[in-house]
Design a protein around this ligand. Sequence first.
Ligand code: ATP
Ligand code: FE
Length: 368
Amino acid sequence: RLVLGIETSCDDTGAAVLDETGAILGESLHCQTLVHLRTGGIIPMVAQQLHREHIERVVQEALDRSGVLPSQLSAVATTVKPGLGLSLGIGLEFSQKFVRTHNKPFIPIHHMEAHALTVRMLQPVAFPFLVLLISGGHSLLAVARGVDDFLLLGHSLDEAPGDSLDKVARRLSLVKHPLCSTLSGGRAIELLAKDGDRARFPFRTPMGQMYDCCFSFAGLRNNITMTIKKQEAEEGIEQGTLLSCVNDIAAATQHSVAAHLAKRTHRAILFCKENGLLPSHSPTLVLSGGVASNQYIRKAISIITEATGLQLLCPPAKFCTDNGVMIAWNGVERLREGKGILTPDVDVSYEPKAPLGVNMMEEVKAAA
Ligand code: ATP
Ligand code: FE
């Protein structure tokens, strides 16, 4: 069985061909990060145009590298939710034309489910396991109970951690920093934080009083922005030209994001244990998403998993960010179980907003 995976949900055009064991036969990825860094954030119409310009080449490259012909494919799997509508539309339109031309089954993929299950391509991880997904668009804690069965324990009530890090980086104009000109906001902050003193700006960890597993980053980001403003005023300098304490601000920002993520994850682990949601033998937390490539954040989460006796699995950075491989793998898993496979004639729409799985609170209500 051979699956072609296609990803265009945000700012990466990705494609890959996988066999049923998860071996990557061929892949190709076109990242738009540099373009969006220059414009100070993703402009959806620009992202759409870049997907349009690159999708055909990216898919052809993945096929060529794999040596697989379209006629040999068992199915095509494509991200259809959640994400930027304009971006999702390009991948979906391309895929529907492709499956109709080659008369192949189509498997619509949920981008966050794909992030959550990528780890199973790399090593055997049995269901159920806990997963923390932290990226540019999401922050969520869920129990993965099956290929298409997720119990959502918590999500961000406002913005995602990657988004907050990107905004702080933009406020500091890190794209003009000699060490950071080609780095995403998150990576720039991680790099600068290495030489910073996190204790100089003690930001309060959000939601200390909230007894659930949700997240909030907007208030924290606002506090950080106010601090930057205050420093600029004290030094009498223009906005975005702060140099004296960027490292300390980066370190404090990274630390408070890590502390918030770790505290909410701790709550989720305790909840899972109390309610028998994880196996007693080698319970596992999977950490993924673009922000999970941050070593400081990984360390903070590992302190929690060690203290609670969980095994922590985190795919290598390349599989934490967006790519065609994780979409193809989700297609392989669905094909194996015969879940969500459509004939090529079925019209599919994309969904910019799509929650992951069933919300824990709704399940509790339904059971009562
Ligand atoms: P989503 O998966 O929610 O749709 P996305 O696909 O845009 O969002 P990813 O590609 O998974 O997100 O991750 C991108 C985000 O990860 C960006 O916000 C970026 O700043 C952040 N990021 C990348 N590297 C690091 C790092 N080393 N430390 C912290 N954040 C990072
Ligand atoms: Fe993603």
